[in-house]
Structures are given as structure tokens and as C-alpha cells.
Design a protein around this ligand. Sequence first.
Ligand SMILES: [Zn+2]
Length: 343
Amino acid sequence: MNKVDPRLASDIAGIRNSISRSDRTDYVTTYTEREFYEGKTTTERVLILRTRGCSWSYHSGCSMCGYWGDTNPDIGKEELEKQVDHFLKDYPQGEVLKIFTSGSFFDPIEIDQGLQFSIIDKVLSGYSHLIVESRPEYIKKVVDRLSKYAGRIQVAIGLESTDPSVLKNSVNKNYDFDDFKECAMLLREHGLSVRAYLLLKPPFLTEKESIDDSIRSAREIARYSDFISVNPMNIQTGTLVERMYKEGNYRPPWLWSVVKVLQSLRDVDVPTVSLVTASGKRRGAHNGHECDRRFSEGIRKYSETLDFRFLDELKCECEDSWKNFLEVEEETGMPMSEVILDD
Ligand SMILES: [Zn+2]
């Protein structure tokens, strides 16, 4: 099956070429975040490495991804080794470490394969668990060697949606649910756990379509996943989604929609959370109302504890505006941009 729509891919590539890239060689950043992991609320350390970037983004890239800006084409093995050593000098140990690149940890062009495993050895001598991200196409080559870290590594895959037409016509992902399933099963056979990311509100979908898409996708991936993170769209610089947003053709999802998706998945027995980037801001999920901060906090607290009370207690008069927004979009069949609410 052809997994790419040529016109969408060419639009994305055109915009991508206009972004200026980083000239730095140190790691991008480190910070901590809390989430419900391995059965409890855990404070996790995040390290974002600066790499040459996602190989897919060199060919085309995804419609919402602006991580290209954090990358540098000249970064090779030596620079990456230095970044990791520098980080471990300051943060040598802890419970959970997430290492993110602006691409795939297991892409051998992005991180030399020998170096992938020396990084894993180094960090797992100080941290109990490691979470890394990768596109499926790189996982088969490393999974045998990963089995010696069984129970200690989780691999996150950004599937975004199980719907092939969303992946092809909205996201330009160039892989699909079958690729995800195959890799997820392989990882689990080797004792590694699987985290799946879903994207709430890919471009060209109405709010209602995107809510339904995330709920359906979460239900379909649950049996292949140990952890599900529903990531609401945030608008990143130099992306197709940013261009649509600036042209008035895209609005990030409402926080109401995030709550709705999570509440609808109450019966799914895989931890399902939502880490909302730019929560309450116009470029992130927002209601556009005075309740934004309260909703952001409620979703964050739920995601740290899986306690649904934090979601169930969220009430606001703007619920009617959200419902009305959904209805108008369904009537016209077209995604709408921002509607200004009274405070
Ligand atoms: Zn409100």
C-alpha cells in the first residue's frame, strides 16, 4: 500500500526547507516531569539530545512536527557521546530516564548503532528504567540485542491514529497500524514494553472526528500497548499545521475534547494519559476561556495519578460553546478556526 499522499508530502517538504536549523552541538534540554508509570506516580528525568534529526524529515516529514529546528546535520557519534557524558555528569542516576531525540533513537543514521547500545549501558547503570522513542522501521534490527534489558526499557512509537487515511492524508506518517502492531508484538516478545502516542486533532479533521479517531485508535491499540499517551496537537514552528493555523484553517483541540477522550477510555485497562504541551495557550489545546488553567491542572493531575475524579470534577459554562462548536462543524462538514468566547 502506498502510505504517502504526494501533494501533502510536497507541501510539507516545501515548508520544511524554509526553517533555519540549529548550529549548536550541546544537548537540547533536560527537565523533569511526573506521570503514572509502572503502577505509581513517578518523577521522570527527560533528556533531549540534539541529533542530525529524523531521517523521515529529510525526505518529507510529518505535518505537525517542527523538531527539525532543534537538529544539526553535522552532529555525529563524537558530539552525541559528549552530550550524553555531559548530561550524566550532572544527572548520573534516578528512577526513570526518558531520552528523546528529534527523531528515532534506533535510527542508525541518526545515532550510530554501537553508540545506541553504549548509551543504553551507561544510562542503565544509573537509572532503573529507560524510555526511548523510535519509528517502527528501525526496531526490528535492534530488538534481539535489546532483550538483555528486558523489563527496563520502554519504546515509544508515535502511531498518532490507527486510521490509514488519517495517517496518509493528514499526518504523512509513512507507516501504519500494521507496522505498529508488528513492532509492538516483537518488542513485547523480547520483554520490552510499548508506549503508544496518539495525536488528538490531526489537520483536516473536525473536532468531533478527531475525538472519535482518538477514542477508536486507543481502543484498537490497547492490546498491543503498555501505556497510551494521547497528545493533543500543539502548533510547532515551520510546519504545515502552523501554516493552516495562520491562514485561519486550523484550531488546536479544546481541553474539553481531551477530557472527553480520556473519560471515554475509562474502561480500557492500559494506563492512558495526556501530556498537554502549551496547555491553555492558543497554540496548544485550550478552551479559550477563564477555565483553561483549571482544566490544564485537572488533566495533569489525572495523568499523574489515573484518578478520574480530577477529570470528573471539571465543570464550566463554556461546555455549551464547545458542544455548539462541534455541532456547527458537523453541520458544515468543515473544521473551523478559533471562536472568541466571552470570559
Ligand atoms: Zn470554561
